[in-house]
Design a protein around this ligand. Structure first.
Ligand code: SF4
Ligand code: SF4
Ligand code: SF4
Length: 333
């Protein structure tokens, strides 16, 4: 357990009324087409500049590479051949035989998300291409239940919102960068520059320069009753926004459905409240192991060990004081 989250849920533990349900994302990578509309919508809404000259990386058709201070959504492209696809299916089968991910019937009731369009009659079965495939996955801040970035921020610039999300106030951030090393996912970064123009056309940087920066779960839209720009834009509903509890139920049903269709590689990421960050507000359905997508397999909030650390430090200090006292007394005899 980290410092700023408890069993009542992250918002309630931070002093908000426990009445509001936690909000988050379910990103179903099995139906992502890699169009990057989510990435563009995020940049446009948040006035985030491009990260480079917009050339593809060379290692894949991706052109942004990773999440960063100016890229709060990043769509990864991962190319796989027959052998890796088989290994992914086998590792997924092993997870199910261990009882993970948990799958079961979906309880009735509305999800609470606002869909980008009605795709209920659309066949959402991913193409089964056993010889070759592209995995595409739109990554984002996990809005952790136990958020390392929030725990360590010395200025209070990072806060837990009433929706359970983790938000940075750029006008309070002093740019110390402590949060950057406390994020187990490598999400939050500091801005080199805060302008909205391309690198070669920049003149004066704006006040966001040097501050820590990441996805806000579109806090400014949520308080107005809107859904985030990225989920509103996704044409396949690979990204859905809503109440976390209901999204996780949907995600479990989707995994069960894909397994019935033979895609045993499907698994959930972030849906386990007993993991090292207490579960996340952004839950993902992956088609291979987390490392394949650049995600840590067992993320741990760094502040988890603080109570033991303080105890050991106290014991060590007490031991040193006792030794010093004994030495002093011995010297007087
Ligand atoms: S993923 Fe990183 S930046 Fe996002 S809430 Fe968790 S610790 Fe903070
Ligand atoms: S929720 Fe908003 S800030 Fe976060 S990735 Fe989506 S569009 Fe960007
Ligand atoms: S908008 Fe949707 S389909 Fe397009 S890249 Fe993003 S998550 Fe994938």
């Amino acid at each position: 357990m980290s410092l700023l989250a408890g069993p009542d849920g992250p918002a309630a533990s931070s002093g908000w009324s426990a009445e509001g349900p936690r909000k988050g994302f379910f990103t179903d990578t099995s139906i992502c087409i890699g169009c990057k509309a989510c990435e563009v919508a995020c940049k446009e809404w948040n006035h985030n500049p491009v990260d480079g000259p917009m050339e593809i990386l060379g290692s894949s058709y991706d052109n942004t590479g990773e999440l960063g201070a100016n890229t709060w959504r990043h769509v990864a492209f991962v190319e796989q051949g027959r052998e890796r696809i088989e290994e992914a299916r086998e590792s997924g089968r092993r997870l199910v035989s261990l009882g993970m991910p948990g799958i079961g019937p979906k309880p009735s009731g509305p999800r609470g998300a606002v869909p980008a369009g009605d795709l209920s009659s659309t066949d959402r079965t991913p193409p089964d291409t056993p010889e070759f495939r592209w995995l595409m996955s739109s990554d984002v801040c996990k809005h952790c239940t136990n958020a390392g970035c929030l725990d360590v921020c010395p200025t209070g610039a990072i806060f837990r919102s009433e929706f359970g999300s983790v938000v940075v106030q750029e006008d309070v951030c002093n740019g110390c960068g402590t949060c950057v090393s406390a994020c187990p996912f490598g999400v939050i970064q500091r801005r080199d520059d805060g302008t909205v123009s391309p690198h070669d056309e920049r003149e004066a940087p704006d006040e966001r320069r040097g501050t820590a920066s990441k996805c806000t779960l579109c806090y400014d839209r949520l308080v107005d009753g809107e859904q985030p720009a990225c989920s509103a834009t996704c044409p396949t509903q690979s990204i859905t926004f809503g109440e976390t509890e209901e999204l996780v139920e949907d995600a479990r049903e989707r995994v069960a459905d894909l397994h019935r269709r033979g895609m045993t590689e499907a698994r959930l990421y972030g849906a386990n409240p007993r993991d090292g960050v207490g579960g996340t507000g952004s839950v993902f359905l992956l088609l291979d192991e987390p490392e394949v997508y650049g995600l840590p397999p067992d993320p741990q909030v760094p502040t988890k060990a603080l109570p033991q650390l303080y105890l050991r430090t106290g014991l060590a200090a007490a031991g040193m004081a006792a030794v010093a006292a004994l030495s002093f007394l011995g010297a007087r005899r």
